[in-house]
Write a protein that binds this ligand. Sequence first.
Ligand code: PMP
Length: 287
Amino acid sequence: MTRTVYVNGDYLPETEAKVSIFDRGFLMADGVYEVTSVLDGKLLDFAGHAKRLGRSLAELDMANPINTDDLLAVHRELVARNNIVDGLIYLQITRGNPGDRDFAFPDPAQTPSTIVLFTQSKPGLADNPMAKTGMRVISIDDIRWGRRDIKTVQLLYPSMGKMMAKKAGVDDAWLVEDGFVTEGTSNNAYIVTGGKIITRQLSSDILHGITRNAVLRFAAEAQMEVIERPFTVEEAKAADEAFVTSASAFVMPVVELDGVALGSGKPGPVATRLREIYLEESRKAAI
Ligand code: PMP
């Protein structure tokens, strides 16, 4: 089926959507993105994604081509036009097409930002069978740049990390810097030890996950203890359980790290409960 996508104000069939070869997103990875989940035709935590988008743009001095109300309208229009029940909305904004290649940022008055959105239909997104079996991960060096709090489209190393995981016959990789886990290739990482949930504190070392924010709030409301600090690979291997969070995987148990079974080697009770709470509360609050 041909999707309807959104490019710079127009709704077009995907085959007719075009961006210049001089676009700085293409030439320089000079762009930011967001991924918002859709369940039952409704958007999960749109406000959180819109807020982080604004922050990413501001940190890069990039002009925002759309206000939040209009952005919400575009998301909803794409859900409707593409009959999305469960799935994802991908949004990307780049510094636009200055008509040539140059390292210096173009004047935003001359070069408007490029904005693109498209949908990905994922029927049964919340019923991912992996939630029952758990994920297996390996640890790899975190050699990304130092501003991981900005959600840029520079995803080459995370892609390489996913390929390293694939080659190792597992599902994903956790990134390690100075002996401590930063996060997963496309998710935030957690361990559970003695009933306490441990996850790295927010800084420029990690992406400030929208799902992380919600899950930590729900954990606190459920009287679960959360400690925000870095943890090592050795600590993780000795943990009772582990999990990751992201907008598309929600809360996903991790059952193996570098070939070592974590806890019982099955999805743990904390991850399982948090997944239930997250899905229930997010569905209720979806718009
Ligand atoms: N960390 C990284 C590196 C990511 O790419 C993502 C997903 N985009 C996350 C964490 C999770 O963020 P969110 O919960 O907002 O999807």
